[in-house]
Design a protein around this ligand. Structure first.
Ligand code: ZN
Ligand code: ZN
Length: 393
């Protein structure tokens, strides 16, 4: 029992140096980040909401109604269907009840309706050109929304537990990411996708059953909980993709994903495009046919490599992947007539947990702890709720 105690005490010291435990109960997430919104609507779907304009509680409105906001001369114009309420620099919609839920819909540009738990704060970006919409939500409700957005529906409970732990670990290690902009994380893949509240029962269950659990390495640091869709049969070392070596993001052989949806792919491009690319971007002597032959044949059949390489050329595979928008760096190249064909495996950067392999393992009956230790080396699960306990000592 001695080791867990030491881990918890050390974590307490580690976390309190930059995050107070009480801050771990709620998070502030910018929503609809990728859209340049100039008009949108808000409507409570559960619970009453108090509306504050520039810090003052507004009166004489129907708290269950629909509010519309649009930008007018550097201010936010707040309206209901019946009337204009006023112009403000900022608005807050706070739920009176703990379980408040609201719908939001961008009107300009048009987008689908999204549903969120918790509170909403509205301001404008510094250039006053678009809305800055922030969802203040309980940490675990946010995690459930992220798990549904990142993993999708109809997957096993055991997998959802695992995904919840990964997303919670990512959240806690990136709490200050957007601090200068007035929120903690955005809802885009830049941080973690958070496109709606969770609607699937198994996701909510998976989050609750792993409540507070995060992953740390041997030095008690939160790990970089990287994951990707499909590794193609072998994951990558972090230093091979991001030039940063870690003790836990090590290449592992994974046979669980090789028959999954994203296991194989192909992409064909004109030979001329390949020649032009090598010549213009990499100064390759494509007019020398004896030398160019080496650039039309490439294989990783003996294992994943980092570079596309022949006698004359060494290009990081991640550069080729980015330039041709390929699904992964795990590909071979062959010439077929006037074309070049990429025969690829997997989808994503290949570092850390392979989602489709992990999903398969969950279906086969492996526990989330087993799967976690399959993809991440020498890591530990720690319950952050212990922090509050030690804080009260
Ligand atoms: Zn972000
Ligand atoms: Zn895999």
């Amino acid at each position: 029992m001695r080791k867990p105690f030491i881990i918890i005490c050390s974590l307490y010291i580690f976390f309190t140096s930059f995050v107070r435990p009480e801050n771990l109960t709620n998070v502030s997430i910018r929503i609809l980040t990728t859209k340049v919104i100039t008009t949108f609507a808000f409507s409570p779907t559960s619970g009453d909401y108090l509306v504050y304009g520039d810090g003052n509680l507004l009166k004489d409105y129907d708290p269950t109604g629909i509010f519309q906001m649009n930008i007018e001369k550097d201010s936010i114009l707040l309206k209901t269907f019946e009337r204009t309420i006023g112009k403000f620099a900022s608005l807050k919609f706070y739920s009176k009840e703990k379980a408040g839920e609201f719908k939001i819909k961008s009107v300009t540009p048009q987008s689908r309706v999204r549903t969120y738990d918790g509170d909403m704060e509205v301001g404008l970006t510094p250039d006053k050109a678009q809305f800055l919409i922030i969802n203040k939500v309980s940490l675990e409700n946010y995690i459930a929304g992220v798990v549904q957005s990142e993993a999708g529906k109809n997957i096993s409970l055991e997998y959802y537990k695992l995904q919840a732990i990964l997303c919670r670990t990512f959240l806690l290690s990136h709490l200050n990411r957007h601090e200068p902009e007035g929120f903690q994380l955005c809802d885009d893949v830049h941080c973690q996708a958070y496109l709606n509240k969770a609607t699937e029962e198994n996701i909510v269950k998976g989050v609750l059953e792993t409540r507070g659990l995060v992953i740390v390495d041997n030095d008690l640091n939160l790990i970089t909980s990287a994951f990707h869709s499909n590794c193609g049969g072998v994951t990558c070392n972090s230093q091979d993709v991001w030039s940063i070596s870690t003790s836990y993001l090590k290449s592992v052989k994974d046979t669980f994903c090789i028959h999954s949806y994203n296991a194989v792919w192909q992409r064909t491009i004109p030979l001329e495009d390949w020649k032009a690319y090598l010549q213009l971007k990499h100064k390759y002597p494509v007019d020398d046919s004896s030398k160019f032959a080496g650039a039309t044949s490439f294989s990783q059949s003996n294992g994943r490599t980092i570079y596309f390489m022949d006698r004359n050329l060494k290009i990081p595979l991640k550069i080729i992947r980015a330039d041709f928008k390929l699904r992964s760096t795990y590909f071979s190249i062959e010439q077929i007539g006037d074309s070049i064909r990429f025969n690829g495996r997997g989808y994503g950067h290949g570092v850390g947990l392979c989602q489709e392999g992990a999903m398969r393992q969950a279906v086969l009956g492996y526990t989330y702890k087993h799967i976690l230790n399959f993809y991440y080396k020498d890591v530990h699960l720690v319950d952050l709720s212990a922090l509050s306990y030690f804080r009260q000592e």
